[in-house]
Write a new protein. Structure first.
Lengths: 352, 384
């Protein structure tokens, strides 16, 4: 099923009317990037529904990854799928209610911010299976899908510190919630580990390990915010920035593109050099979260009736967390990264 | 000229502006239909034009079903319309006074934050706490609205600039406030407030006859209707309402007639801000039960379109708010039923406003021959 989006048109028209003239944003996330799925002719074996957070299914990151898991379930398990995009907190409840009314067999909610609403509707509808990405189980019919995102972030932090020429790297988050800060913490610890190993003094902007606080855009939408934060950090000397804010990071990548390769970006959730292909050259790597596989698994578990009340945790060891790097990094650095990865899996290197 | 002739003429004129409004809505739906068909690249490419049209029919019928097709849909429409009505009246009243209030969002945030505070420091009884919380919203919004009013009266700073900028100030102030111990929910690290007490939540409209489950609309709509009635009374029956309108239509003449321009500017913004603050409070007590940085969403901006579409009249503003609320809930159903994204609703709303702003275009398209048609309320431009 192809989904059409009207974001570009909507924003264009609003701008024409002039009401949004003072808050216009560069919307570059308009193209359809959904995977083409095979049409299945068999009768659907169930209805799997997904409520996204504000990024929407075309955010090139987190929400899109979750939607791809749903599409995979459609083509491989033969389930029918539906999604509803939340445009703000106000949509969580009515979106969930719509899906309850529609008779969905399994409802996947995407994001920590939907945790309260998910719990509420799960308790009120014990016959429907739920799964929530980025939050633990909260009821007997809710499967929690969480990720040790710090493990992949640790490796990209180490890699960033090694690749930085200025000795300053940066990171920022969307909103100060655990599933975001876990990345930033892992990244900063990776840099710290590099400093300890190499006797270096690479600084991290945007996350303070001691205070457990840092820089946040305050949203998961504004490309302008991503551009501004990246520019500020670049002005303060950072030459690698790890963005943990969904589409906000696309703004940072667009800014990095203007610096002629002086500023590099580490993407989040998906391999951004593929998702954000037009800016592929600015990505030094990406820290990954296996959302697609987890969602697919959750649909499967829910149909089998085994998911409720359990927690899935994606780690480096089970492939639910990871990282990718650009081809350009030196072979010896790659060898060090492989060694550290093994250390994390063995438990000899702490990433929390 | 006999008097009845004048009366008839003015009635026809009023009719024609209603006709133009309806035609603008129809025009927007037609253009929306064209967009739906043309964006269905896959089917058009396969030459399945019939299928594309049947998808269109499904989409528009889902739009109707999702907004008024069931008790729950109707209830959703009511809940969506409530903040549009109140914030719409705020913007409309400012329009009538010749002020362009783009700051309804900021005023909603300020009011909502005050409401939230009263909501969690007290624990009932509802009969005391709800009015008190909404009063706090009114005061919060009014104080925040007073700033651009005073700035304009004292320094001539244009309210278009100051209200837009104050939106940012409100947004970041609430972000800061939600991070303080006073407001932040103890077990969270992100900016989100404590829950208001159960007693403070607005009861369901028909909860008292056991219909709360089937028809979960909250009683904010009653407040909204009271606001509309008060707005009507204010415009038609009160001396100050008359002054506001005289000032809005011709500030110089009003001043010449002895009205105090500066006072009217400040009071106009205070009242508009207070009403928007109530809209914020209603959202907190009716919908969320807690405050976040974004709880006001785009309601404050949509309210401008609501007031324009309703030509700033009490009933017009109410009906256009209901239309916007219905589109919102219908859009959800449309997204479930078809593969059309809810963003189409934003396109439809923008088209409606565009056609309203261009009455001559609508007249030309539909070949309406009527006397003069205005674009509704006008307000003073730059440097005036």
């Amino acid at each position: 099923m192809r989904k059409r989006t009207f974001k570009g048109l909507a924003i264009g028209l609003v701008a024409v009317v002039g009401l949004a003239a003072c808050g216009g944003s560069d919307d570059t996330a308009t193209e359809d990037t959904e995977a083409v799925t095979e049409e299945t002719t068999a009768e659907p074996t169930g209805l799997a529904c997904q409520v996204t957070d504000v990024g929407g299914v075309d955010d090139k990151g987190f929400n899109q990854a979750a939607y791809e898991g749903l599409l995979q379930a459609q083509s491989e398990l033969g389930v029918a799928v539906e999604y509803l995009e939340s445009q703000g907190d106000a949509d969580y409840d009515p979106n969930l209610q719509s899906f309850i009314d529609k008779g969905c067999d399994v409802i996947i909610t995407v994001g920590f911010l939907l945790a309260d609403a998910t719990k509420k509707y799960a308790e009120a509808n014990p016959d429907v299976a739920f799964a929530i990405v980025d939050s633990g189980t909260s009821a007997a019919n809710v499967q929690g899908l969480t990720f040790a995102a710090n493990e992949g972030a640790f490796l990209t932090g180490y890699m960033s510190a090694a690749m930085s020429e200025s000795g300053v790297v940066g990171t920022y988050g969307g909103i100060n919630i655990p599933p975001v800060t876990v990345w930033m913490q892992g990244f900063a610890l990776g840099v710290k580990y590099y400093n300890e190993q190499k006797g270096a003094d690479v600084k991290v902007l945007g996350w303070d390990i001691d205070k457990q606080d840092g820089t946040f855009a305050g949203n998961f939408e504004s490309l302008d915010d991503g551009r501004n934060i990246a520019k500020t950090m670049y002005d303060e000397g950072a030459d690698v920035i790890f963005t943990v804010a969904g589409p906000v990071g696309l703004g940072s990548a667009a800014f990095a593109q203007e610096t002629d390769g002086k500023l590099r970006i580490i993407g989040v959730d998906k391999d951004m050099s593929i998702s954000d292909a037009e800016n592929a050259n600015v990505y030094l790597g990406s820290a990954l979260k296996g959302v697609t596989a987890a969602v697919f698994q959750a649909v499967q578990d829910a149909l089998a009736g085994t998911g409720g009340g359990t927690d899935y945790v994606g780690t480096l060891a089970n492939g639910g967390a990871g990282y990718v790097v650009s081809q350009e990094i030196p072979a010896e650095l790659q060898a060090e990264l492989d060694e550290i990865q093994q250390g994390i899996i063995d438990g000899t290197i702490a990433t929390m | 000229m006999p008097r009845w002739f004048d009366a008839l003429g003015s009635r026809l004129n009023r009719m024609s502006s209603l006709v133009i409004t309806l035609l603008a809505v129809v025009s927007a739906l037609v253009v929306g239909a064209v967009i739906i068909i043309l964006s269905d690249v896959e089917r058009l490419g396969n030459g399945e034009i019939g299928a594309a049209f049947s998808e269109l029919a499904t989409a528009y019928s889902a739009l109707v079903r999702g907004s008024v097709g069931s008790l729950r849909a109707l209830s959703e429409t009511v809940n969506n319309s409530t903040p549009f009505i109140i914030a719409g009246v705020s913007v409309a009243l400012a329009f009538k006074t010749g002020l362009f209030n783009i700051g309804a969002t900021g005023q909603m945030l300020a009011g909502g934050l005050a409401t939230t505070w009263v909501g969690f420091v007290m624990d009932g009884p509802a009969i005391v706490q709800i009015p008190l919380a909404l009063l706090a919203g009114l005061v919060g919004g009014a104080l925040f609205g007073a700033i651009p009013g005073v700035l304009k009266a004292r320094t001539g700073a244009h309210e278009v600039i100051t209200t837009i900028m104050l939106n940012y100030i409100a947004s970041f102030t609430i972000l800061w406030a939600l991070d303080t111990q006073l407001f932040q929910r103890p077990d969270r690290s992100d900016p989100i407030s404590k829950f208001v007490s159960d007693e403070a939540m607005l009861p369901k409209v028909f909860g008292f006859i056991g219909l709360g489950e089937k028809f979960p609309a909250h009683s904010g709509i009653i407040v909204a209707l009271l606001v509309v009635a008060a707005y009507w009374w204010f415009l038609e029956r009160s001396k100050m309402g008359f002054e506001f309108q005289a000032f809005g239509q011709n500030a110089d003449a009003a001043e010449y007639a002895g009205m105090r321009a500066k006072r009217l500017t400040v009071v106009g913004m205070v009242v508009a801000g207070g009403i928007a603050g109530v809209a914020g409070g209603i959202e907190i007590l009716g919908r969320y039960g807690y405050a976040t940085q974004t709880f006001a969403g785009t309601i404050g901006f949509d309210a401008i379109a609501v007031a324009l579409l309703g030509r700033s009249t009490p009933l017009g503003t109410m009906f256009s708010a209901i239309l916007f609320g219905a589109l919102q809930s219908g859009g959800r159903e449309m997204q479930v039923e078809t593969d059309i994204n809810i963003d189409l609703i934003v396109v439809l709303r923008a088209l409606i406003v565009m056609f309203i702003a261009a009455p001559l275009l609508v007249k030309a398209i539909w070949r309406v021959k009527s006397a003069q048609v205005s674009t509704g309320q006008t307000f003073k431009g730059w440097g005036s």
